[in-house]
Design a protein around this ligand. Structure first.
Ligand code: PAF
Length: 302
């Protein structure tokens, strides 16, 4: 039996898997990918920031089913956090993450340090209007620039055939697709459905920062979004928008930052249900005392 060792924080972790390897440097990552690449094996990449949950697990399962090699990156990317407090409180659970990934048969975990990824500040700028200027782009200035910085680096380092992203971050996928097109990355972006808790709450690493009570409160977000689909059948777009915002804001512990009903391709606001073939409602809500920023979306049409 082979043993792979890796240094996780201040602990040496021994894995008895013959398959999964944990590397921390770009050199080790590329060395580990040399043979499978030479043998023409398909490589799937699942980029993550750690604090893995069943949503991530579903991305890994899909990649394992579709590729011979699955690389999972775990990197809490500082450049995509416009709010440093948000970065500080982001959960870090590397040891548990690796245990989950081993169970899901990932091939390789890439968990680099910030210095490894950014030996010097990344001064590249990415701009993909109109998809990156609205919603998260407007409320979190610089966020998508940071996402493009890290994702483009990962694509260059791993050179995957396919890359897997959760649809929970609906706008992120649109921005990454625009970047792939712009930089001519030769790979397929695979969007994967939102995974929800039993209550309907979209799974997110940030959910672990909620108390039990706040988690129950947060469940209203998806419940109201689902109700709004029925409501939409007999109401205008503006009425539906108002229904979602007012209902959620009337719940103690929730505050809607924005709820936009958009064309699902351009992500631009629309005024009427007939204005687009693919219509999506994208929401960001602050929940609880801290408060924790949660996002979700609902497809109305298409
Ligand atoms: O969706 C995320 O977790 C992050 O934005 C990503 C794509 C891993 C880049 O840091």
């Amino acid at each position: 039996m082979l043993f792979c060792t890796s240094f996780l924080g201040n602990k040496n972790v021994y894995s008895n898997s013959v398959r999964m390897k944990i590397v921390h440097t770009i050199e080790d990552l590329q060395r580990a990918l040399e043979t499978p690449r030479r043998e023409g094996k398909k490589i799937g990449l699942v980029p993550t920031m750690g604090a893995l949950h069943n949503g991530h697990a579903s991305l890994v399962e899909r990649s394992v089913a579709e590729n011979e090699v699955t690389v999972v990156s775990i990197f809490l990317n500082p450049t995509q956090f416009n709010d440093k407090k948000d970065l500080e409180k982001y959960p870090r659970t590397l040891e548990a993450d690796c245990a989950l990934l081993e169970q899901k048969n990932a091939t390789l975990v890439f968990a680099p340090s910030v210095a490894e990824i950014y030996p010097e500040p990344d001064t590249r700028t990415f701009s993909y209007p109109p998809v990156d200027t609205v919603m998260e782009g407007a409320f979190r200035p610089g966020h998508f620039n940071g996402v493009c910085q890290i994702v483009s680096k990962l694509f260059e380092m791993v050179k995957p055939h396919r890359a897997y992203f959760g649809e929970k971050d609906f706008q992120q996928i649109a921005v990454i697709r625009a970047m792939v097109k712009d930089l001519k990355f030769d790979l397929e972006i695979v969007p994967c459905p939102v995974v929800r808790e039993e209550s309907g709450l979209a799974m997110s690493s940030r959910n672990t920062l909620l108390s039990e009570e706040e988690r129950a409160t947060a469940a209203h977000i998806s419940q109201v979004l689902f109700q709004s689909r029925n409501f939409a059948a007999g109401h205008t777009l503006a009425e539906t928008r108002e229904f979602v915002i007012d209902t959620l804001n009337s719940i103690v512990g929730l505050e809607v930052q924005y709820f936009s009903i958009v064309d699902g391709y351009t992500l631009q606001d629309i005024d009427n249900w007939e204005d687009a073939d693919f219509v999506v409602g994208c929401i960001t809500v602050y929940c609880g005392a801290t408060p924790i920023r949660l996002i979700d979306h609902i497809k109305y049409k298409g």
